[in-house]
Design a protein around this ligand. Structure first.
Ligand code: HSE
Length: 446
């Protein structure tokens, strides 16, 4: 065994941990298991001395004998012996108050809380900057994948053109099981909850809110803009049917729930929605709870980051990496630390976030039409008059007894506003039954 020599030089750093649930338990376990390796990397020991939890199972992470446990999170934040506070409670409040109090007390903060950073990050980073402390949040985006570090440091030479990511493990797990095993949506969601992947409120996963929190953070770090969660377009997977998955496959596409951040001359696109991606793209083959983020930089070209996006130890891996980074920087001048949002705080840009009506994508459309002559010509006429070009189309034969038939098509790229108006006209046709289902298409070509 390698003995860490550096352990004897500097006193260990005391960490206060808020939350001993799935990620908190994983953090305690991994810190203990890999203590020697972590000391060799950080240059000193890292000890969790004080933890707060309402409920916990000590057996899940090998006991609590070396730490004080309380049910009062503010007692940890106000403990003068704690140097780094690790916030793993989640949610907006009291996480915001706890983090701001820790900063006011001069403590560094590590958090896995994407909701907190997406909504309150501007305020939190300003307070941290003024107090000369760091708030690290690698675990907030894509679980164990070091995507924050990659974007903020590894790709610092580049103009980031776009980022597209599968950044909600629960949603990807549901879509994968529906596509490959024909399972029902609710059944797969229940399994994701048991496995500890889903948010406390699983509508955050299936309605895209969790992915929108993460995309908001990605967009800010990629393009140097303030965090603007309220302007991130958010659409979930709850309206995707097995028929859509099958029709998409027939055209050579997979349906994935993507977060897309793109820089254009008019503004920045920040959008989360189900998306058809060509099956031949690596990211289209990222299945189950795994996450992947594809980044297009002007110098490096496309780079792809893949790994577990949720779960106890993968998320703990990112939390502990942040603790190690903070420990390494404890003795550095706060002015020379890596900026929270990658760009210097006074260099953030006011490039606007584009409204969805201005965003340009290709589309998959599915509708049911009456099985009578001229229907498809009518639909094609509306699209043609709107300047929307049809790329591919399938009309299925009616099943016995059916008087209407499904029509599915792919279009070329068009502004969303123009597509919305065309869809309204199509839905008004007497021969079209019900609503037109629409899924955006991204080719993700470098
Ligand atoms: N509920 C989240 C997911 C957990 O499924 O990806 C990780 O942020």
């Amino acid at each position: 065994m390698v003995v860490a020599k550096s352990d004897s030089k500097l006193k260990p750093v005391n960490v206060g941990l808020l939350g001993l649930g799935t990620v908190g338990g994983g953090t305690v376990s991994v810190l203990r298991r890999n203590a020697q390796e972590i000391v060799r990397r950080a240059g000193r020991g890292i000890h969790i001395t004080h933890a707060a939890a309402k409920q916990y199972d000590p057996a899940a992470f090998g006991g609590t004998d070396q730490m004080k446990i309380t049910d009062d999170a503010f007692a940890v934040v106000n403990d003068p012996d704690v140097q780094i506070v690790v916030e793993l409670i989640g949610g907006y409040s009291p996480a915001r108050e706890l983090v701001l109090q820790a900063i006011a007390n001069g403590k560094h903060v590590v958090t896995a809380n994407k909701a907190l950073i997406a909504r309150h990050g501007n305020e939190i980073f300003e307070a941290a900057q003024a107090r000369g402390v760091t708030v690290a949040f690698e675990a907030a985006v894509a679980g164990g994948i070091p995507i924050i570090k990659a974007l903020r440091e590894g790709l610092a030479a580049n103009q980031i053109e776009w980022v597209a990511g599968i950044i909600n493990g629960t949603g990807n797990f549901i879509l994968t099981e529906m596509a490959h095993k024909g399972r029902d949506f609710d059944d797969v969601l229940a399994e994701a909850q048991v496995l500890g992947y889903a948010e406390a409120d699983p509508t955050f996963d299936v309605e895209g809110i969790d992915a929108a929190h993460k995309l908001t953070i990605i967009g800010s770090i990629a393009f140097g803009i303030p965090l603007q969660f309220d302007k991130t377009y958010t659409e979930g997977i709850s309206r995707i049917t097995r028929a859509d998955v099958n029709y998409a496959a027939g055209f050579g596409y997979a349906i994935k729930h993507l977060g897309v951040a793109r820089q254009t001359s008019e503004g920045v696109e920040l959008r989360v929605h189900p998306t058809l991606i060509p099956e031949k793209r690596l990211i289209a083959n990222v299945d189950g709870v795994m996450n992947a983020v594809l980044v297009q930089g002007d110098a490096v070209g496309p780079t792809l980051y893949y790994g577990a996006g949720a779960g106890s130890e993968p998320t703990a891996s990112a939390v502990i990496a942040d603790i190690v980074d903070v420990v390494r920087a404890l003795t550095t001048d706060p002015k020379n630390r890596i900026p929270h949002l990658a760009f210097q705080p006074d260099e953030l840009s006011d490039h606007p976030v584009l409204p969805m009506e201005e965003v340009v994508t290709a589309y998959y459309l599915r509708m049911r039409v009456k099985d009578v002559p001229g229907v498809v010509a009518g639909i094609a006429g509306i699209l043609g008059d709107s300047g929307i070009s049809i790329e591919a189309m399938q009309q299925k034969e009616p099943e016995a007894g059916d008087t209407d038939v499904p029509v599915v098509m792919l279009t070329q790229r068009v502004k969303e506003g123009r597509m919305n108006r065309a869809i309204q006209q199509i839905e008004a046709l007497e021969s079209v039954c019900g609503q037109v289902a629409r899924i955006r298409v991204e080719h993700l070509a470098g």
